[in-house]
Design a protein around this ligand. Sequence first.
Ligand SMILES: C[S@@+](CC[C@H](N)C(=O)[O-])C[C@H]1O[C@@H](n2cnc3c(N)ncnc32)[C@H](O)[C@@H]1O
Ligand code: SF4
Ligand code: SF4
Ligand code: SF4
Length: 440
Amino acid sequence: MANVLLTTRCNLKCPYCFAQEKLADGQRVSMALKDVEKVINFLSRSNHPFFRAMGGEPTLHPDFPSILEMALKHGMRVDVLSNATWPESYNDLFRRTSPRRVVFLLNIDQPGRYAPPVWQRIQNNLEALADRGTVTLSFNVFEKEPKDEYVLELAQKYRIDKIRMSLSLPVLGANNACLKLEDYKQMTPFIVDFVRRAQQRGVQVCMDNAVPLCMFTYEQAGELLLKKVIDLERNMSCRPVIDIGPDLRVWCCFCLSKMWNRHLDEFQNLEEIYDYYRRALALYQSRLYPLDECQTCAWRESWNCQGGCLTHTVLKHGELPLDPIAVEPDVPAWKDDAVLAMPDGVVMRRYDIPEESFAVVNQASGLELEVDASFKPLLTDLQGHYSAREIVDRFVGNGGSNASSPSPVEMMAQSALRKGADELLQALVQQGFLIERTPV
Ligand SMILES: C[S@@+](CC[C@H](N)C(=O)[O-])C[C@H]1O[C@@H](n2cnc3c(N)ncnc32)[C@H](O)[C@@H]1O
Ligand code: SF4
Ligand code: SF4
Ligand code: SF4
C-alpha cells in the first residue's frame, strides 16, 4: 500500500494525529498536478491500481475533484482517507462514482470536539454516503477511558458496517496524544467489550497496525482472532505502508517519518521502495524489542510478534544509522580492493541448540545478526585478510564443485551460494558489523 499526501494542510488539530511531524514540517504544501500525474504513473507501472488520497486533509487540495477523476481515468480505485469535513458540493461527485471505485476511510472524533457547523457538515456528508457500503469509520483510541458510544451511533445511523480501530501510535519527534505500551494491557477489557457491542449492531471491527499480542489473555486473543478483529498477517509485524509527500519525498510510515526519507525519483517502482523500507525496518524487527519480556516470549517465535509498532522499539533503543544502504540491491556496499573486517566491539558467537548457528554481535548496541551454520567458512574469513570478492570466491570454492567444467546443476548451486554470500556480506556491511579497510 502507498498513501499519497495530497496536502499537508488540515482544518482540524486532532490531539493524537500522527501526521504531526510532517504537518509541522515547513509550510502547508499541496501536491502539484504534474506531480500527482507522476505518482499515478509510478503506481500504475508498479501494478498498484490503488490511489490512497491522504494528508493532512486530502479534500482540502484545491484540485481534489480533478485529482479524483484523474486517478479514476487511469483505472485506479481511489481510497479517500478523510476527516469528512469536505464541502458538501463534493457529494454530488461522490454520488456519481461507483462505490467500488471510490471508497472512504473516515476519521471522526467525538461530536463535542467540533464547532457546531462543522459537526453538522460531517453529518450531512455521512448522510450523503449512507448505504454506499464501502465506507469504514476510523476510531482512534488515545485515552485510557475512551469515549466510544458516538462511533457506534454514527455507524448505526449512517448504515456503516466497518470500524477500523487504531491504538494511537507515538510519532518520533512529535508529542501527539497516545497510549504508552505499558498501558496497553489495561485497555483490553475495553477493546473486547467494544468489539462485542459493535458485533451486536452488525459492525465488524478490525485493528490496525502492529499490536503486541501479550496485551490479551489467550481467551481474548482467541476471540479476537476468530472474529477477525486481529489478524496474524496484518497485526503481528509491520510491512511498511509507504507515504508519498506533496514534494514527492517518501518515507515508510508517519510514526517513523523523521527517519529514512528518500525521493520518489530514486526508485523505479513501488517494489523497490518496499524493499528499501523492509531493509530499514529489519534493523529493528526480530532483533530489538520494546519490552524486556519479549526476549523470552513464546509468542514472539510462534506468531512472529514484533512487539507492536516499531516506534516503541525505536524510542527504547534509539535511532540506528541506516545509510549507506544500497537502494539498488545489486550495487555492492564495498570498494573492490578493500578488505572486510569486523570492527572493535563486534564479535562472533556460536550457538549449538537446537542446531549449530552463529551470530555476529555488536556488543555496544546489543544488535545481533544470526547466521546459518552453512556460512561458517565465510565467517572465518572476516578477519581483515580478504576482499569481499575473495571471501565470496573462497566460500563458493569451498561449497561448490572443483570440476573445471561444472554441470548446469553445479553451476546453479554455485550461483545460489554466491548470491547468498553476497547478500550476507551486504547485510553485515550495511548494518555496521563489517567495515572496509584499505589493504596496506
Ligand atoms: C493522518 S490521517 C490523514 C487523513 C485525514 N485527515 C483523516 O484524519 O483521516 C489518516 C489516518 O491516520 C489515522 N491516525 C491519525 N493519528 C494516528 C495515530 N497516532 N496512530 C494511528 N493512526 C492514526 C487516522 O485515524 C486516519 O484514519
Ligand atoms: S488526523 Fe487527519 S484530521 Fe486530524 S489533524 Fe491529523 S490530518 Fe488533520
Ligand atoms: S514479543 Fe513482546 S510484545 Fe509480543 S507478545 Fe511477546 S512479550 Fe508481548
Ligand atoms: S512502525 Fe510499523 S506498525 Fe508502526 S506505524 Fe510504521 S509500519 Fe505501522
